[in-house]
Design a protein around this ligand. Structure first.
Ligand code: PMP
Length: 313
């Protein structure tokens, strides 16, 4: 049986490397590139949402993704990287060339190309790969998590706030361990024993009507979805707290959800078999899913500045 990801790969048509559009099979990287041999690679995962009525594909929070991409390149000491405005127009051209009329996912990468030792800082190549990606079934159904025995990496070792591929060794270990143990995902604790995040998303929990999420300094990626949820909550007058979260708070939470560009807002039904509420997607989780969906599809004028149109209608 084919995996979902292999069928998604078959749908990839034109990709962009260093500003040039080409079929995927022509897009090659050298095996000597430090991006490959030393994980000198940063990336972004971005979603764009189709609005049938507007005949428009809206990219969600493109500016914020580009800003984080820039920070990732800065922190890894890349030099002579392309200007962010050119990357922005390449993303839009890639989508236009592929003529999508459905929800898509865009993976933008910046990496040290060619050849060189571990600390080499140039040349920086960029790639853009986009493909159709409908909403996950788990958005409705939810998933079951465990606390990972892998510790979340630390800012003084391999800064998790940026999206560097090297950080995903930590995520990969936690993810495989959780799946081998019969769970859908693993939540990692930081070096201080407090809740950090999952392998590819941030954690929110609801306790006594308060929506709680770990601090930005708790070894998490500076997640754009997390930020969006905090902003949306403000707008709909939900009380929020960003603070240290103990593992046992997850075991007695009323609701928990996982969030990120891929997952959007995904209910977590249980942690270590301890049910969140009654073990079904919670009321506040569903409310936030609804608000989020309206915004990303361009149906909430209060959040128009979060979406970028790709087609000239
Ligand atoms: N944490 C990690 C480790 C991630 O990989 C992701 C996905 N990019 C997130 C959090 C969520 O970030 P965002 O909302 O910006 O997609």
């Amino acid at each position: 049986m084919k995996s979902l990801s292999s069928t998604a790969k078959e749908k990839i048509k034109l990709v962009t490397i260093n500003r040039n559009l080409m079929p995927l099979k022509e897009a090659k990287v050298s095996i000597t590139a430090p991006g490959l041999s030393y994980a000198a690679l940063v990336f972004e995962g971005i979603r764009a949402y189709w609005n049938q009525e507007h005949k428009q594909l809206y990219i969600f929070r493109l500016e914020e993704h580009l800003n984080r991409f820039l920070n990732s390149m800065k922190l890894l000491k890349f030099i002579d990287y392309p200007n962010i405005q050119s990357i922005k127009s390449d993303i839009i051209s890639n989508i236009q060339a592929n003529k999508y009329q459905e929800d898509i996912y865009i993976r933008l990468q910046g990496y040290i190309d060619d050849w060189g030792e571990m600390a080499v800082r140039t040349p920086v190549s960029t790639s853009i790969v986009s493909y159709p990606r409908p909403r996950a079934i788990a958005f409705t159904e939810g998933k079951n998590f465990t606390i990972s025995s892998w510790q979340r990496l630390d800012d003084n070792a391999s800064p998790p706030r940026i999206k560097a591929s090297a950080n995903y060794l930590n995520s990969r270990l936690a993810s495989i361990q959780a799946k081998e143990s019969g769970y859908d995902g693993g939540i990692m604790l930081g070096p201080n024993g407090k809740v950090s995040e999952g392998p590819g998303g941030c954690i929110f929990l609801l306790r006594n009507g308060n929506l709680i999420t770990p601090n930005i300094t708790s070894g998490i990626l500076e997640s754009i979805t997390r930020d969006s949820i905090l902003e949306i909550s403000k707008k709909i007058k939900l009380k929020t707290e960003t603070r240290d979260v103990d593992r046992t708070e997850l075991y007695i939470a009323d609701e928990i959800f996982y969030c990120g560009t891929g997952q959007e807002i995904m209910p977590i039904l249980s942690v270590d078999k301890m049910l969140a509420g009654d073990g079904t997607p919670g009321k506040i989780t569903k409310l936030l899913q609804h608000e989020f969906t309206e915004i990303v599809r361009g149906k909430n004028s209060n959040f128009e500045n979060w979406i970028t149109s790709t087609y000239k209608n």
